[in-house]
Every structure is written in structure tokens, then in C-alpha cells.
Design a protein around this ligand. Structure first.
Ligand code: SAH
Length: 348
């Protein structure tokens, strides 16, 4: 039956909230734990909760809904086993999730919003703007459904899909608490990375929570002029202000920041940019993740060539900054940056 808007989303509730709800309903304490564990296993209906009596299942079904994602498309890369999912949300919107298989474990890259309002010049996710935030249960279901459909055990999560996670702060924090819970998916904070375009106030707020996750900052340029060309957010928080927030974050949490840098031909990939970046980051212990721009047809920006990427990486290294060049996963299935949802939008 359809889940009416009057029903409460039970899957976004933290264990203590569920317990409080159940107490009000006059249910014994252990019931909340039972239901929470079922939800963490990805059940889509109360009928599946086989250790609950029929009356209780019916009562819960009247009060609550279990928002679940429905698979619209699954693509598996022939090159490296990367899997890309397009999901329908309960209201008909869609988001994508990517599963990456590495030697050290399987990682899911999840979306945090439907679309994005940050407007980065190279990104496919932002083309239609932001439609809405994802709820905590929808983000949780990206992880659960991906695990169940692929059969892969999920050990790592990266918040690097569609959307700006710090622009959906409360739901993302709730999602982190849910996915981290030992009775839920039980994924350790040290196995979770969150990527932001650099919302300074939210970075400070996050620091105050002292989570042990890895914060990635999408820098993409070491100077205001170049960065503003690529990222409108730079008009609100310039490079200096962003670096200062990153320093505060490190001081408060003890966790080093990793910087994302997509190389765009002729825009941010010159020796001058490499030298300035190295000068700014040397001695801070931060790490730079270089990636060749993924070409997005609508954007009119081109990836730097391999030789330029190598030269840029060497210049950073020589300048005393640790750097990795990110391997492109699933390039044969468009597994990059909002391209699948974008493809569907073009079709419909
Ligand atoms: N909004 C967050 C997280 C989502 S984007 C953020 O900005 O970090 C995830 C990463 O992919 C970011 O580093 C983003 O800048 C990068 N990205 C987006 N489009 C890209 C493209 N076409 N090529 C390479 N990287 C891209």
C-alpha cells in the first residue's frame, strides 16, 4: 500500500528516539531494538519482521513508513567491477550511488541531495539546481540497497555523490549516526569520508562534533581568481578563509584534511598553480588527491592530458606535499559525478 505523508519515517529515527516512541505506545523496551536491527538489514516492510506479532506489525504499519529506494538502473563496469545504481526515491525523484571494489574493501559513494545548488562549473550534478535534500533514511538506504543488490560487504562510505553534504547538515549527521550504530550497518567513522565544496561555517560546526571521519575539501585551485571561475562558492568563502577553516578543523579534531583537485585543461593545471598550491600546503600535513576532470558534455571544459597531470603531481611532490592521482573507476559506465541522473533527465 502507498505510504501516506501522514506516516512517520521510522528508518530515520535514532535508537533512542525509536525507544521513546515505543515507550509512548506502551511497547516493551526490547521491541525498539528488534525493529532497529530489522531496519538496519534493509527490510522494506513490517511484514518481514518475523519475530514481531501480527498485531504489532499491523499497528506499526498504520503509524510508520519505511522509505525505500527502487532500482531504476544498474550498470556494471567491465573494466574494474565498479557498479553504478540509479534509484527512484519514494516521491519519484532519482539519485545515484556507486560501488567501488578495492583490495582493501568495498566502498559506496552516496548522494546527499537531489541535485545541487553550488553551481560548480565542471559538475554535472548542479546543472538543474537543487530539487531537495535527501532524508537520513534515504541515504541509509543507498548503502543498504547497494550492499543487498550487489552482494558486496560494504566497509567504506564516501559522501561524494550528488549534492553538497554540508548543505544538508542535520540529515547527514543523522545518517552518520544511523550508519555508524553497532546495531545498524556498524560502519566505523574512520571508514567514512565526507567531501565539501568548502562551506566554512559548516566546517566549523562539523569540527565541534569531533567525529573521526575524513574530511575532503574540493579545492580545485590555489588562488581566488581561478577558484571563483570554477566554483561560485568561492565568492562567499575565499581561499584564505577556507584554508583557515581547514587549519581550525585539524586543530580541533586532530584529523588531517585531504584536498580534491580536478585538473581542467588550461584553467588550473599550469606550473604556476602547482607551485602556489605546494607553497600553501607545505608543512600542513594535508594530502592532495588529483583527478583528471571527467568530461561533462554540457560544461565545455576539457580534462588536462596525462602528461600535464604527471607534471602537476611531480611539482607538488617536489614542493613537499603528498599527492595521489586518483584512479578513474568505472569510466566505461559514466560512473562519475551525477552523469547517470543527468542522462535520465536528458531522456525524459
Ligand atoms: N559537493 C561535495 C561533494 C560532491 S562532488 C563537494 O563539492 O566536494 C564530489 C567531488 O567530485 C568533488 O571534489 C567535486 O568537485 C568533484 N567533481 C565534480 N564534477 C567533477 C568532474 N566533472 N570531474 C572531476 N571531478 C568532479
Amino acid at each position: 500500500m502507498p505510504d501516506g505523508p501522514s506516516k512517520k519515517d521510522i528508518k530515520s529515527l535514532l535508537p533512542a528516539e525509536l525507544a521513546a516512541d515505543f515507550r509512548k505506545l506502551g511497547l516493551p523496551g526490547y521491541r525498539a531494538g528488534q525493529v532497529f536491527r530489522w531496519l538496519g538489514r534493509g527490510v522494506v516492510s513490517f511484514a518481514e519482521m518475523s519475530d514481531l506479532g501480527k498485531d504489532l506489525r499491523q499497528k506499526l504499519d498504520e503509524l510508520y513508513c519505511i522509505p525505500s529506494l527502487r532500482m531504476l538502473r544498474r550498470q556494471v563496469s567491465q573494466a574494474d567491477g565498479t557498479e553504478k545504481y540509479l534509484w527512484a526515491l519514494p516521491d519519484g525523484e532519482s539519485v545515484e550511488t556507486v560501488l567501488m571494489r578495492y583490495k582493501h574493501g568495498n566502498s559506496v559513494c552516496i548522494s546527499s541531495q537531489v541535485g545541487c545548488r553550488m553551481g560548480c562549473a565542471f559538475c554535472a550534478s548542479t546543472i538543474g539546481g537543487k530539487v531537495r535534500d535527501l532524508t537520513a533514511s534515504e541515504m541509509l538506504d543507498e548503502v543498504l540497497r547497494t550492499g543487498l543488490t550487489s552482494g558486496a560487504e560494504i566497509s567504506n562510505i564516501v559522501l561524494m555523490g550528488i549534492g553538497e553534504p554540508l548543505d544538508n547538515f542535520d540529515n547527514v549527521m543523522r545518517f552518520l549516526a544511523l550508519v555508524n550504530d553497532p546495531d545498524g550497518a556498524n560502519i566505523g567513522m574512520r571508514h567514512i569520508s565526507l567531501s565539501t565544496c568548502g562551506l566554512v561555517e559548516a566546517i566549523d560546526k562539523l569540527a565541534g562534533l569531533h567525529l573521526q571521519l575524513t574530511l575532503s575539501v574540493s579545492l580545485h585551485a590555489p588562488d581566488d581568481e581561478t577558484r571563483s571561475r570554477l566554483m561560485p562558492v568561492n565568492a562567499a568563502y575565499g581561499v584564505d578563509e577556507l584554508y583557515a577553516a581547514c587549519e581550525r578543523y585539524f586543530r580541533v579534531t586532530g584529523r588531517r584534511i585531504s584536498f580534491e583537485y580536478a585538473l581542467v585543461r588550461g584553467v588550473n593545471d599550469t606550473p604556476w598553480h602547482a607551485k602556489l598550491l605546494a607553497k600553501r600546503l607545505r608543512g600542513t600535513g594535508s594530502h592532495v588527491n588529483l583527478i583528471r576532470l571527467n568530461h561533462v558534455p554540457e560544461r565545455g571544459l576539457e580534462p588536462s592530458d596525462e602528461e600535464t597531470v604527471r607534471t602537476f603531481a611531480e611539482a607538488l611532490s617536489a614542493g613537499g606535499v603528498t599527492v595521489t592521482v586518483r584512479r578513474r573507476m568505472g569510466s566505461d559506465i559514466d560512473a562519475a559525478c551525477g552523469q547517470l541522473r543527468r542522462g535520465r533527465m536528458r531522456e525524459t
